[in-house]
Design a protein around this ligand. Structure first.
Ligand code: 5GP
Length: 182
């Protein structure tokens, strides 16, 4: 399948994703059975995963969609991320961050730090996909769907230059990603 200048092939089918999502939801139903967690899907990429996951969650829960916004800061990297879209009700809550993919883990680390600063009672994360750098870093992600190497993927919410989010399967790029792609 061609998306813009890149060639992709089917990698994880919708059926395999659905089975994995049901399994993850089962664990959450068990682990949070006496709590009312707030699920925090991080847009845009996690919208499809979050919708399917939520349909399988049977315990009482709240949902608040968030985004990260980058802005120029004065740090050496020049980039700081901040969480937008959430409300005050995160104080004293059990938060479960819902991510589509964790690569270097930098985004997730920032989000966790910010939520702890807001006084959340607990902060955990679920990601459908986790790449090698996050694994090597031993970033604490409680629930992981699929472990990947470093391949660039799209579909099921994930995009390439804004395209491909609507596909129900996950595809991977046939050639190694070029610098600056993700
Ligand atoms: P991190 O901060 O963990 O390095 O980056 C996470 C973000 O990078 C994800 O939320 C996603 O937007 C983007 N990303 C990383 N790998 C991929 C990939 O293989 N495909 C797509 N579409 N986005 C990716």
């Amino acid at each position: 399948m061609q998306v813009k200048d890149l060639e992709f092939k089917k990698f994880i089918t919708a059926k395999t994703i659905a089975e994995k999502v049901a399994g993850l939801a089962h664990k959450i139903n068990h682990d949070y059975k006496d709590k009312t967690p707030v699920l925090l899907p991080v847009l845009n990429g996690s919208f499809m995963f979050a919708a399917d996951l939520l349909k399988e969650i049977k315990i009482p829960c709240r949902v608040s969609f968030v985004k990260t916004s980058s802005y120029s800061g004065t740090t050496s990297t020049g980039q700081l991320k901040t969480l937008i879209g959430h409300d005050e009700s995160l104080f004293n809550q059990h938060i479960l961050i819902v991510e589509d993919i964790v690569d270097t883990g930098l985004t997730l680390e920032k989000i966790i730090e910010e939520l702890r600063g807001l006084g959340a009672k607990s902060v955990e994360a679920i990601t459908l996909l986790r790449k090698k750098p996050a694994r090597e870093k031993q970033l604490d992600v409680k629930y992981v769907g699929f472990d990947l190497e470093t391949e660039f993927v799209l579909g099921y919410g994930l995009d390439y230059d804004g395209l491909g989010r609507n596909y129900k399967d996950i595809y991977k790029q046939q050639e190694p990603p070029k610098a600056g792609q993700n």
